[in-house]
Structure formats: structure tokens, C-alpha cells
Design a protein around this ligand. Structure first.
Ligand SMILES: *Cc1c(COP(=O)(O)O)cnc(C)c1O
Length: 347
């Protein structure tokens, strides 16, 4: 029986620590608090992204359990699916991805390019789910069928957001604190995209474990604040039980901003497009259309509307996903991306 409080096993896949960097030209463009970035887009596995931290623990767990195939699910342009495919390739385990048709109105590139192309390149078997199929149910059914066929599947939930995945994100906090101490900086707030919310919940658990009161804003890419808040709270508390029994989450720790979803998950917004453009043209950093672009749109808007006026230094936690830009090539057209006069001049 796995002991809930035992040290979790881990395989190094992410190339940690990821860089912690200032964004001076983006800061100048906003005229607000000093902006810094934690580069989890630069994990080294399969093009990078936040799932690499989770997969260090999830894949170790899969191997501990003797799995010969990993099974996971997501949207068609799932970055998590791509990174899982890369991890499975590296470790010599089969990988099957169940991809849902959850984003209406997108073109050929969305259906076959970007992350799907890369997942196939990493050798994963890609299966498309019928519209409306629940991801968790589909994973259960496929795992059962694989077991019946004599395979040993390990199921990773969508986004890798089990307690194991969230615990991996809690471990990013001591990494961050070591870098803050080396660089002599502190932050008044962390802003991060939140989807399957393992990253958000894990960061909160890690901060609570270290006794830190740095607030975290999770920018929703789909669900409402009302729906997400109790889910994030429950996962953060469950993660704390595992990694720091007895430590509780502060009453108001879970802060969800759901004002930047637009028409829905995976649906582009003008604010996302502008945020992706601005960060590319001020810092040479690629965001993504589904997660980090919307999270940055929220950060920029909250600076502009005065919400963050009292803060002096904010950390944007980059979760990766730029491979998804190629699935949205029609909206990142030349006409949409021309420099605006408002941009700061090169230093
Ligand atoms: C999965 C993902 C997120 C969201 O992380 P969760 O832990 O699922 O909330 C954010 N950004 C990118 C690029 C992702 O792929």
C-alpha cells in the first residue's frame, strides 16, 4: 500500500530550476509595478511547459506501479498531452492520448497542427473523443479495456492535476524562494493561468507550507470564479495534507480572476492577442493563446484598472504553451500584429 506521507518518487525531466527574470521593457510599457517572470515555459522536456514538473512525479509513480502505457486526456491542443507524450518517449513507455473536440469554430491547424502534430511526433497514439464525452469517463473506460487486454495502464487525469501533480508544483516554491534570495527580490503577488488548477493549488500549498503570505491570482481560462474557487481550495488542502500535514490554507488564499475567459476555453480574445504581441515585442518571450496569453491579459488589465496599484513587484508565472500559437495561426496574422505607437522605444 502506498503510504500517503511517504516521500514521493521522482524522475528528473524538467531541467530545474527554471529561470527567474525581470521584464524591464514590459514594465516600462505598462507604467505599473515591476514585472518579473518565472520561466516554466523553459522546462526542458518536449518543448517545455508547466506539465514537466508534474510529470516528474507522475511518471515516477507510473513506473513504480509497473505501468507499460500511460493514458491521459485533454483538449485537442493540450500542452499536457504533448508533454506526456514526450515523457513517455523518453522513458520508453507507450502513450495514448484521448483528445476532446471541446473548442468550436477553429480551423485545420487547430484540428491537426500545433500540439497534436508534436504529440504524434513523440510517438503517442492519438484518439479523438466524440463531442460531449467526459474526459474522466473516457479515461476510465480506456484503462479498463487496456487492462482486459493484458496491459498495465497508468491514468494521468487531464492536466496532470492529481494531488501528485499539485505536490510537484508545491516544490516549485522552495526553488523560487532560493532564487529570490540569490537575486535579493521579493514579490507582492504571483499571477498564473489556471485550468485544471493543479498548478494554482500546488503553488498555494507550497506557499502555505513555507509560511509565506505572497498572494496568488489564478486567472481562469474557462470556469467561473464560483465554480473554480472551491475546487482549487479542496485540491490545495488535499495537497497540504500530503506534503505538510497539519498546515492549513489561509481562509481567503484562493483568488480566481475569471474576467478574461472571453467566449470560452480556447476561444481567442482581443486582449489575449494584444498581451501575446506586447510580451513578444517587449521581452522576446512567447506566450500562448489559451493560457498564458489570457493570464497576461488579466495582469495588464489589472495594472491598468488600478487593482494592483499598491504593489511594487509582481511575478508572472509563465506556464508555457507557445506550441499552441501554430494552431491559431489565422489570428496571429501580420495585420493583427503590427507594432503600436504606444510601445516603448528600444533601450
Ligand atoms: C495546462 C496549462 C496551464 C494550466 O495549468 P493547470 O495546472 O492545468 O491549471 C497553463 N498554461 C499552459 C500553457 C498549460 O499547458
Amino acid at each position: 500500500m502506498p503510504n500517503a506521507r511517504a516521500e514521493m518518487s521522482r524522475i528528473r525531466l524538467a531541467g530545474l530550476p527554471t529561470p527567474l527574470e525581470p521584464m524591464p521593457r514590459l514594465t516600462a510599457a505598462t507604467g505599473g509595478p515591476e514585472l518579473w517572470i518565472k520561466r516554466d515555459d523553459c522546462t526542458v522536456l518536449g518543448g517545455g511547459g508547466n506539465k514537466a514538473r508534474k510529470l516528474e512525479y507522475l511518471m515516477a509513480d507510473a513506473i513504480d506501479q509497473g505501468a507499460d502505457i500511460v493514458l491521459t486526456a485533454g483538449a485537442k491542443q493540450s500542452n499536457h498531452a504533448r508533454q506526456t507524450a514526450a515523457a513517455a518517449a523518453k522513458l520508453g513507455i507507450d502513450c495514448r492520448l484521448l483528445l476532446a473536440d471541446s473548442v468550436d469554430g477553429r480551423g485545420e491547424a487547430y484540428a491537426q497542427g500545433g500540439n497534436i502534430m508534436l504529440s504524434r511526433l513523440f510517438g503517442a497514439e492519438v484518439e479523438f473523443l466524440a463531442k460531449g464525452t467526459g474526459l474522466a469517463d473516457a479515461l476510465d473506460a480506456h484503462a479498463e479495456a487496456l487492462r482486459a487486454a493484458g496491459r498495465r495502464p497508468y491514468v494521468i487525469p487531464a492536466g496532470g492535476s492529481s494531488v501528485v501533480g499539485a505536490a510537484a508544483y508545491a516544490d516549485a516554491i522552495p526553488e523560487l524562494f532560493a532564487q529570490m534570495s540569490d537575486l535579493g527580490v521579493t514579490f507582492d503577488r504571483i499571477v498564473v493561468a489556471t485550468g485544471s488548477f493543479g498548478t494554482h493549488a500546488g503553488l498555494l500549498a507550497g506557499l502555505a507550507k513555507m509560511g509565506s503570505s505572497i498572494p496568488v491570482t489564478g486567472v481562469s481560462v474557462g470556469r467561473s470564479r464560483e465554480v473554480l474557487t472551491p475546487l482549487v481550495t479542496a485540491l490545495a488542502e488535499e495537497t497540504l495534507e500530503r506534503i505538510a500535514p497539519g498546515v492549513r490554507l489561509a481562509e481567503d488564499a484562493v483568488d480566481v480572476d475569471d474576467g478574461f475567459v472571453g467566449a470560452g476555453y480556447g476561444q481567442p480574445t482581443p486582449e489575449m492577442l494584444e498581451a501575446v504581441r506586447l510580451v513578444a515585442q517587449t521581452e522576446g518571450i512567447l506566450l500562448d493563446p489559451v493560457y498564458s496569453g489570457k493570464a497576461m491579459a488579466a495582469l495588464l488589465a489589472r495594472i491598468a484598472d488600478g487593482t494592483f496599484a499598491a504593489l511594487s513587484r509582481i511575478l508572472f508565472w509563465h506556464t508555457g504553451g507557445s506550441q499552441g500559437l501554430f494552431a491559431y495561426d489565422e489570428i496571429f496574422s501580420f495585420a493583427n500584429l503590427e507594432r503600436t505607437a504606444a510601445d516603448p522605444q528600444p533601450a
